[in-house]
Design a protein around this ligand. Structure first.
Ligand SMILES: [Zn+2]
Length: 410
């Protein structure tokens, strides 16, 4: 311990610690944090002896400590209450949008989400907001930013600024994302419901175009998240070897969810280890029951086939406020996933899908201290995740009321 600055050490102890979704809960354990990194895990007494000095301790009492949660699909720059028209017009007001994005980032953090994938915002605001948060100027989760999604001229979410229409333009667009500091590439392989004139069940890009995006992204070390609804677009994205499939509703003509589910393509998703983010969210609670049941059935089929599902809410779209993450988890459970499956989808599997399993998603020595504490046991009742009592992101405590960040007193 001698080479560690005592000022940066802190011990966090709790009645129960769930180090990772699939591990057993340990009773009366503790985590020693140095700056933003987990330095050791053991009993509180052993950690005190190891450090051989009086360092601050946070007693979480009768709470369960677990890894911070990950929302794999967020739009910080959308305002849930906004109508479609003002969303498109609002995309030109960059300063206002930046403020909105930081406001929404705070909301996510307060609900225990310590990492997000920002899957589409205007221009380069995603990576700008990531920089503001990582400099410590404003509280928020770790941001993996896609910046403006690749789409066709007038295609889904064109108003974010990512129009490109040929193999050459796609290659250039991917290089531009890399140049602007995006962490990953988002591509709208099919149309989407948010954009008037866009048809969700039809593919927007050809196989060759999506192949180019994936090849170029992989050359630059960037994962690819593919927005897909219709089966043709899903098959194209899977063939190209994208990293994650967003929504993946197997939509048939007229927008019927699950109508064109292709079991061969589902098997291909499993074989290639492609993650699916079905964007289960609070919005499901507002749908008519037929549509909702189709969603549940479709996700259940993928889950039973062995598809690795990850949690992401599409926060920012209608009926999905940025503080409703846990509602998405309960919808995943209603798709036949066990509470452990859902916890993995929200933590370890989500981290793996984002390429950051070496940093976060579990509580282990050497990883970043992203952790939350909840009352009760989330393995028995996921509902407890909707109200985290305590949140630590990158080694900093976040209090739930005013988001005051402080270093504990000795
Ligand atoms: Zn989205």
């Amino acid at each position: 311990m001698s080479d560690h600055n005592p000022e940066s050490l802190i011990i966090v102890e709790a009645k129960r610690i769930l180090f990772e979704a699939e591990a057993a809960v340990l009773e009366n354990s503790a985590v020693l944090v140095d700056g933003e990194t987990i330095l050791a895990v053991d009993t509180p007494d052993k950690l005190m002896n190891m450090s051989n000095r009086s360092i601050p301790r946070i007693h979480l009492g009768d709470l369960t400590l677990l890894p911070g949660m990950i929302d794999c699909h967020v739009h910080l720059g959308y305002e849930e209450a906004q109508d479609r028209r003002s969303l498109m017009e609002g995309s030109t007001q960059q300063a206002l949008l930046t403020a909105l994005m930081l406001y929404n980032a705070r909301k996510l953090l307060r609900t225990g989400v310590t990492t997000i994938r920002e899957l589409g915002s205007s221009g380069q605001l995603g990576s700008t907001v990531r920089a503001v948060i990582s400099k410590g100027w404003s509280p928020g989760p770790r941001v993996l930013a896609a910046n403006e999604p690749l789409t066709t001229t007038g295609g889904h979410a064109w108003f974010l600024g990512g129009e490109c229409d040929s193999v050459e333009e796609i290659r250039k667009a991917v290089r531009n994302r890399h140049k602007s500091g995006a962490d990953l590439v988002k591509i709208m392989v099919t149309g989407g419901g948010l954009t008037s004139g866009s048809v969700p069940w039809l593919a927007q890009f050809s196989q060759q175009e999506v192949d180019t995006a994936v090849e170029e992204a992989s050359r630059l070390g960037m994962p690819v998240a593919a927005h897909v609804h219709g089966t043709e677009g899903i098959a194209i994205a899977v063939n190209s070897g994208v990293t994650t499939l967003e929504h993946c509703t197997w939509m048939g003509e007229g927008g019927r969810i699950g109508n064109h589910l292709d079991t061969d393509v589902v098997q291909e998703i499993v074989d290639r280890g492609i993650f699916v983010c079905p964007t289960a969210s609070s919005r499901w609670g507002t749908m008519d029951s037929e549509r909702r049941d189709s969603k549940i059935r479709t996700v259940a089929i993928m889950h039973e086939a062995g598809v690795r599902l990850i949690a992401g809410t599409d926060a920012g779209i209608e009926h999905v406020p940025h503080d409703s993450y846990a509602q998405g988890l309960s919808w995943l459970q209603r798709c036949g996933m066990s509470t452990l499956d859902v916890l993995a989808a929200a933590t370890s599997n989500a981290a793996e899908s984002c390429g950051i399993a070496n940093i976060t998603g579990t509580l282990a020595v050497g990883k970043v201290a992203d952790m939350i504490a909840v009352t009760g046991d989330p393995r028995e009742d996921l509902e407890v995740l909707s109200k985290p009592v305590w949140v630590m992101a990158r080694g900093k405590q976040v209090l739930d009321h005013n988001l005051v960040i402080f270093r504990p007193q000795l």
